[in-house]
Design a protein around this ligand. Structure first.
Ligand code: NAP
Length: 281
């Protein structure tokens, strides 16, 4: 079974669009998401465009603020302070990565926690690990939604997450733990990785290396979630961290790249924006 993040996200966005239609009557306006893009990194530009397109589909007001690569950290922090203070702004997202002269952690921490639609603010991260109400980071949230939509029973399963980044690996491990999976976190220093991955009933791969996970690393019937977004060095096309063609026949459930985790991430961003908006009333 291939889980189409594209189809699931289209369904969820249509449901959100229905709900948002009622907001002007109920709240006097629609949610407003501000995306800040520094520089013109092509991948970032494409992500920001995708976010604007999804906002239009859902009926969320979207403002993209573009600033040159040369912007200083102080100027960016000033911009964030003004967005924090703007009562008509419900969600603030600073597209990462930022230029090297800007401290990303400082910028993320400067965003008002209640407008942190990415769920990256240290207080949101702390709340996630303490099981307090919080804005969940979009990619991990989307992964859990996909597993549930596919009818995957998570409780009691052996889940292996490869990658321990703040934006994917760590939070998805926590969400799987909260769903009562037995979670193993693997990374670049893990010994005998193939042995670890073969023991997985649910395998989440977030490494950033094209087709790194080969068929011999996956057991028959595994649920495989591929987070990676890479260029295939041979074809130049987008591909995941998983060798999809070789593993799909063995997996019970698998996500494609493109059209898997990516669209669900944007869908959850829309959901987070609506949640931040509603909390303001
Ligand atoms: P990251 O910050 O670079 O982290 C990569 C992780 O992979 C690290 O924890 C690293 O281990 C681990 N790793 C690297 N080489 C490894 C190896 N040979 N064996 C085992 N583990 C290894 O990356 P990220 O931000 O989490 O992103 C991962 C991928 O997901 C990228 O392709 C990114 O583009 C994609 N992504 C997709 C979405 C989406 O919405 N579809 C969202 C976010 C990210 P160490 O910690 O030991 O270095």
């Amino acid at each position: 079974m291939i889980i189409s993040g594209k189809e699931l996200s289209a369904r969820l966005k249509a449901e959100m669009a229905e709900e948002v239609k009622g907001f002007p009557a109920k709240y006097g306006r629609v949610p407003h998401l501000v995306v800040v893009l520094v520089g013109d990194n092509p991948a970032s530009v494409s992500y920001v465009t995708g976010k604007a397109k999804a906002s239009a589909e859902v009926g969320i007001r979207n403002t993209t603020i573009r600033r040159p690569e040369s912007i200083s950290e102080a100027e960016l922090l000033e911009l964030i302070a003004s967005l924090n203070a703007d009562a008509e702004v419900d969600g603030i997202l600073v597209q990462l990565p930022l230029p090297k002269h800007i401290d990303e952690d400082k910028v993320i921490a400067a965003i008002d926690k209640s407008k942190d639609v990415d769920g990256f603010h240290p207080l949101n991260v702390a709340a996630l690990w303490q099981k307090q109400p919080c804005t969940l980071p979009c990619t991990p949230k989307g992964i859990i939604k996909m597993l549930k939509a596919a009818g995957v029973e998570i409780a009691g399963k052996r889940a292996v997450v490869i990658g321990r980044s703040n934006i994917v690996g760590l939070p998805v491990s926590k969400l799987l733990l909260d769903e009562n999976a037995t979670v193993t976190m693997a990374h670049s220093r893990t010994r005998n990785l193939a042995e670890v991955t073969r023991g997985a009933e649910i395998l989440v791969v977030a490494i950033g290396r094209p087709k790194f996970i080969t068929a011999d690393m996956v057991s028959e019937g595994t649920v495989v979630i591929d987070v990676g977004v890479n260029r295939d060095p041979e074809t130049g096309k987008l591909c995941g961290d998983v060798d999809f063609a070789a593993i799909e026949p063995k997996a019970s459930v698998i996500t494609p790249v493109p059209g898997g985790v990516g669209p669900m991430t944007i869908c959850c961003l829309m959901e987070n924006t609506i949640e931040c908006f509603k909390r303001r009333f």
